[in-house]
Design a protein around this ligand. Structure first.
Ligand code: PRP
Length: 188
């Protein structure tokens, strides 16, 4: 198995760039939901770190939400493949009721859009007071369904990106930066 250094072709976004982006996104989201009690719904596993960092950045705002709660759900569309199957599976639902709440879906990446479309339909159908979507990385190149995004972080290159929660076959989520993988990793 290749080491991290051998597996990574290049760093796409550094830890500092990610932190600055999360702060900027928190400020934007904070303006949208100033004074509201919000429920952040992080989409596992990819949005693990992003949800945690976003929640703390929102908390540091002076005029942000009046209250921040967090819940998580888990979906899988890729399984252990690097290609989407086109089928979204709900692996774990939120524990809290979203009815009447100000809900924010927190996603790490939008690629073809099927996962987000599924989640917006699922949570939107449960009658939240509001439903907003916050996405760290946009990959607009292979979108098959149009999804509204309220707060967007960065455009990712058209390459397989790992780190900061994103995996390849469950590896590399732990990298603190976002990086492009060497092509050779896919032949392992
Ligand atoms: C990834 C990512 C998004 C989804 C986006 O999740 O975290 O949820 O794919 O892809 P799409 O826009 O093409 O639907 P994945 O299924 O790999 O699960 P993970 O978050 O547990 O890694």
């Amino acid at each position: 198995m290749l080491s991290y250094d051998e597996a990574i072709e290049s760093v796409v976004f550094t830890e500092l760039e990610i932190a600055a982006t999360v702060d900027r996104m928190a400020a934007e989201l904070g303006r949208l939901c100033a004074g509201e009690a919000v429920l952040l719904v992080g989409v596992l596993k990819g949005a693990l770190f992003f949800t945690a960092d976003l929640a703390r950045a929102l908390t540091r705002l002076e005029d942000g939400p009046s209250e921040i709660r967090m819940d998580f759900l888990a979906v899988s569309s890729y399984g252990n493949s690097n290609r989407t199957s086109g089928e979204v599976r709900l692996l774990k639902d939120v524990a809290e009721s979203v009815e009447g709440r100000n809900v924010v879906i927190v996603e790490d990446i939008v690629d073809n859009g099927l996962t987000l479309a599924y989640l917006q339909g699922l949570l939107g159908g449960r009658h939240p007071a509001s439903l907003r979507t916050c996405v760290l990385l946009d990959k607009p190149f292979h979108r098959t369904v149009d999804v509204p995004i309220d707060v967007l972080g960065l455009e990712a290159p058209d390459a397989f990106i790992v780190g900061y929660g994103l995996d390849y076959q469950e590896r590399f989520r732990n990298l603190p930066y976002l990086a492009k993988l060497q092509a050779s990793i896919f032949a392992e």
